[in-house]
Design a protein around this ligand. Structure first.
Ligand code: TYM
Length: 333
């Protein structure tokens, strides 16, 4: 059976891009795959974090996973830092990760462009840790948004290099699973920029914790051009903000973009945005409500995370012993 691993960083609010690009697709995979979903707190500390807030953000992210349909009896949900083998494997994989590739990674370039103080080994090694997250479980499929594709390519390269070096077929080469119409949700303020947790303007994104009024206000203020909705996808391609709103609508409604256009071509944005707001509220409100409910009992979330870490540690520990054996490291035998 194929095995899934995916994760999100517990930094700031999860937003509509995280939901439509990744989280929304995770729950459906639980019935056909063995699934591991981690909260990537080790990745989060590649930029400075307040310890108290980070610990709380881990719980909030776990609550978002559950609220979005992750069944913790079916899937393994855990905090990355609770499984030491992730940090152990990164060292082995680092010996296969070319610096020339790491320096080209978009996420590294974006973050260091904002502040040269972040040019640190941890941020640089970020994609290798992600490779370790995936490979320590010998995962075959990784559901992510489009921005993570580059990291998956590196993961495959590193896995292939390991297998060749030791003449083994140990690591599967994991496939990215990029599903739905909204693999890349853009900022509501600028249709050429990705919707992101780190954007200074909260109007650029819909957070999973936003209430109906905030969602309505943000869509109302979302940048658009003056023309009505076009008739064809080709026309839409030249209008990034309009394209983004149609894409969000399509993903929330589980429709193809072309069908959304067929239903709304010629409409003014004021009307379309109202419908989009109603749709977004109807999809997100139950998730927000469930998150709120779950967060009232943090001890229960902690219990779930401890149980998940036990399951994850059992498999990751076994794999780490096998990897040490292959490499010739001391594995206690
Ligand atoms: P992160 O925390 O930035 O994002 C989590 C997931 O959300 C997707 N995503 C988006 N999808 C569509 N439109 C957007 N605007 C958008 N913004 C974010 C991301 O593609 C991702 O799937 N490195 C990862 C976390 C990670 C991970 C892993 C993922 C750590 N270890 C192992 C997969 C496997 C990250 O920073 O995601």
């Amino acid at each position: 059976m194929s095995r899934i691993l995916s994760g999100m960083q517990p930094t700031g609010n999860l937003h509509l891009g995280n939901y439509l690009g990744a989280l929304k697709n995770w729950a459906g995979m639980q019935y056909s795959h063995e699934c591991f979903y981690c909260v990537a707190d080790l990745h989060a500390i590649t930029v400075p974090q307040d310890p108290q807030k980070l610990r709380q953000a881990v719980r909030e992210t776990a609550a978002a996973y559950i609220a979005a349909g992750i069944d913790t009896k079916k899937s393994t949900l855990f905090a990355q830092s609770a499984v030491p083998a992730h940090a152990e494997l990164i060292w082995v994989l680092a010996t296969f990760a070319p610096l020339g590739c790491l320096i080209l990674m978009t996420q590294f370039k974006d973050k260091t462009a904002k502040s040269r103080d972040l040019e640190l080994l941890g941020l640089y090694a970020y994609p290798v840790l992600m490779a370790a997250d995936i490979l320590i479980y010998k995962a075959t499929h990784v559901p992510v948004g489009e921005d993570q594709k580059q990291h998956l390519e590196l993961t495959r390269d590193v896995a292939g290099a390991f297998n060749r070096q030791y003449s083994v077929e140990y690591f599967p080469l994991p496939e990215p699973v990029i599903l739905g119409e909204a693999a890349r949700v853009m900022s509501l303020r600028d249709g050429t920029k990705k919707m992101s947790k780190s954007d200074e303007s909260d109007y650029s994104r819909i957070n999973l914790t936003d209430d109906a009024d905030a969602i309505a206000l943000k869509f109302r203020k979302a940048r658009t051009d003056a023309a009505p909705l076009p008739h064809t996808l080709k026309e839409l391609e030249t209008r990034p903000e309009a394209d983004n709103l149609v894409t969000i609508y399509a993903a929330l409604a589980d429709q193809a973009r072309k069908d959304v256009l067929t239903a709304h071509s010629g409409s003014q944005f004021s009307g379309f945005k109202k419908e989009l707001t109603d749709l977004a509220v109807s999809r997100l409100a139950p998730i927000t409500e469930k998150m709120r409910h779950l967060l009232q009992d943090p001890t229960e979330i902690d219990r779930i995370l401890v149980r998940g870490a036990d399951t994850a540690n059992a498999l990751a520990g076994q794999h780490m012993r096998e990897i040490k054996d292959i490499v010739g490291l001391w594995s206690g035998k």
